[in-house]
Design a protein around this ligand. Sequence first.
Ligand code: SF4
Length: 465
Amino acid sequence: MNEPLFLNERDKMEEECGVFGIYTAGKKEVGELTYYALYALQHRGQESAGITVSNDGELSTYKGMGLAADVFTKESLNNLIGNAAIGHVRYSTSGESRIENAQPLENRFKLGQVAVAHNGNLTNSKIIKELLEDGGASFHTTIDSEVIIKLIARKAANGFEEAIRSSVSAIKGAFALVVLADNKLIGVRDPYGIRPLVIGKSKFGDYYLASESCAIDAIGGEVIRDVGAGEMVIIDENGIKSVVYSELNTMNPCSFEYIYFARPDSTIDGINVYLSRVESGRRLARQMKIDADIVIGVPDSGIPAAIGYAEASGIPYGIGLIKNKYIGRTFIAPSQELREQAVAVKLNPLKVNLEGKKVVIIDDSLVRGTTSKKLVEIIRGAGAKEVHFRLASPPVRFSCYYGIDTARRDELMASQLSIEEIRKEINADTLDYLSLENMLESIGKNAYCTGCFCGEYPMCTPNEF
Ligand code: SF4
């Protein structure tokens, strides 16, 4: 595990990437529009940002390390004019944090140019990479996404559409891809729909693809629908064409998108993230009744669940923790001691709301447990009489293989300790997790990936190859 993996805001599972694509009939500031969309997707990755523009099929890429706002200037965006573009924000779990690994990846070869931006994680990339290397391919990055672009290049003689279709049929794992090739914008979602990808349209007739609907909202578009599991959409001057490239198309989207990763103002596969979080809080309140004076949420993702909890329990909702919005991610250091220190600096207790009170505190999830322990400590330090800790998700006991930065299994507190042992470890008066059943009910009726909770995954994990 390389050092940037410790750049977590708190000890959380971390989303790997966000992708965006735009296709427009005429020439436009597609770079600038992509920039604003990436800005809205920034929570999905802060290590690097990049945009590739297609100007009548001629591709040019601009990317760098850091936040979208740090990477792009007005001048660089002014040069990103064209009729289509794709963009990417990255948080690495596959490959190191360096500029070569920033996306989109672009490749020029005999039959043309192709650019790819990928959210997810491939589970068979090692094998494919070895086969491609045996066939003479050379790799310039350490990320699994390069396998995709090399596969497309190898098959391009059959036409780009067919090359992409057969390449995505060969890869396994979680992927939401946006691709620029042959002056078309192409979007692909893996056969289980693990990572999200939504289609939008503007009133001017421009088409969008995005990891989350909040990016489409940010640039004034309307959501049309989500890309389906095992579906490839090809967008060009003729509109949208849909190709179902996999017969194994069973929707099993990531349930953690609703719990923590996605922005609350996004709607994924028809389910609004905010409403699902409020419902998880309501259900949490009904699971274990408690006598308390105030319900508080850990900013930001614990707050909708706290609102739902307060509504269902009748205990008033209040603000108990103030988040300092101006501390950058670089503040976090790899050592556990410094991570614990960082929590106290980022979240300050609102003493007037906590002193002498019996407090219910809601967080979205507990991973290593260091943050929860520190939170209980600072709430008690602010004078709380009792602290009742609630998690709006089931215990995280297993690693994720589909594009999420999870701690090692032996670092996941719930894989090592019982719930009562965790309660003692974090020094809470009571502790309760949302049951798996209630979590699924609060999201909706679809089937979801729950691998990190149950250890049962919708498809092969890398260990199975
Ligand atoms: S294992 Fe967990 S984090 Fe990973 S895709 Fe499945 S639900 Fe999401």
